[in-house]
Unconditional design. Sequence first.
Length: 537
Amino acid sequence: MEMEKLVSLCKRRGFLYQSSEIYGGLNGFWDYGPLGVELKRNIKEAWWRDMVTSHDELVVPSGAPCAYEMVGLDCTIIMHPQVWKCSGHYDVFHDFMVDCRQSKRRYRHDQVQGRWVSCQGRRIFVATEADGEEALQDTQHKALKFFNLRAKDADRLAWESDLLCLTEVKDFSAVLGPDAKELGTLTEPREYNLMFKTYVGALSGEEGAAFLRPETAQGIFVNFKNVLDSTRVAVPFGIAQIGKSFRNEITPRYFTFRSREFEQMEIEFFCHPSQSRAWYEYWRNRRYQWYLSLGLAGERLRLRDHTPEELSHYSCGTADIEYAFPFLPPGKFGELEGIAHRGDFDLRSHMEGKLVRQDGGYVVELGPDGKPRHPGSGKDLTYFDDQTRERYIPHVIEPSAGADRAALAFLCEAYQEDQVPDEHGNPRDRVFLRLHPRLAPIKAAVFPLVRKDGMPEAAQRIYRSLKPHFNVFYDEKGAVGRRYARQDEVGTPYCITVDGQTALDGTVTFRDRDTLRQWRVRADDCLGELRRLVGVS
Ligand code: GAP
């Protein structure tokens, strides 16, 4: 599937728009249109229902060490600045960037790659932001231009390396930046904190400085004790949260994949340290199955364990659920969700102060005065088990998903093209979104075949009987084939048509978007039929 086709459909049919588009847009920010907002809400609701409200705490789920409880939270976006100092985000949540003095553009150091090439007695590193085959073409094009050669002279370029990341180049004086015309215009890499800074209240100085949260997780950790004290949950249990997060990404790209404002769906699961490995395995598999159950195909979805070098500063084990997004080079996958074994890092940091790695473990980082560099809350965030009489700091397993990335993956997976017969039996090209019925923005469209013979009235009665239960759509304009096509294109799984036979025997036609199968259902059983097809609502 070509990504441009999906991007165009999303704009044309009201799934996604560029934020502030009439002012030229704002890079890294996206608005969801009337259909997009329904899709994203359905994803978040499916997650919340499957992970939280319909979770049965009396049953041991398959693969879990024992039964467990789940509750939810909704915390603020701006939190006490000390939260981010203790979590580590203040000190280590950064990327390295390089600036180009000539083009004035900024790049993420680890996202620029290039190739060494020799020509006319000079050896230069030609850099690009592209990936894969596109990167090879782009570097060749740039090298030809730099050496003033024509395409037919390409064999005068002696390539001396495969594509390398810019992080492997030590001396930038021979680097031709991705948008530069001369060598040596890139600055040395500099640290760049990804948190958005703001000021709270009338204090405009550093006293009032605060941050927009870069993850929802910390709101859960700092409320761990509140939840324990105000509910009857006992370890093992999970706290779930859905909400906006903000990261000032250096290079937002790939449509909504890397945005600066996005939504996360996170669970912090608290368990006894001796069981944390088993719970980690459970959540890894459980989350992977969730995407499969909603229609992401097995071969484009994979579960990948991080190598030790990749692990975050807090993590002693992480797996990513990844999807082969069509905008990535063949064979490459992009992260949809991370499942991290965070040990006791977060609760300990918020109790004792910011931790740093030392001798294979973690210790509180001390400042020059010998006191904690970023002191914790000093509150007791341990857990006391009434039955075993044991006190301990629970370990945490964190399945952390992005709602926008999930929406993008479901859209990419759903996009299909085929041919269907038109009303004369001739093949007609069709674009349709094969979205899972739970996720589809509109569950059914109701049509009168023609605008006469009482058909619109009968169709409107059906529409009204369904509307309190499902998001359904009524349409009587234009040829019925055209109306089917419009619904297929936005992923509506079922169309219900009132036709000539309805007045005779009280039945209507149901049509399935994917198989095009049609069958008749009693007009007064449309709600029951839709419930059977989509799930109870
Ligand atoms: N609490 C852990 C955490 O935040 P993460 O891997 O940085 O981990 C979790 O983020 C998920 O949030 C990612 O798997 C991705 O789905 C989503 N996400 C992260 N950065 C994003 C961005 N810039 N744009 C869209 N989604 C993003």
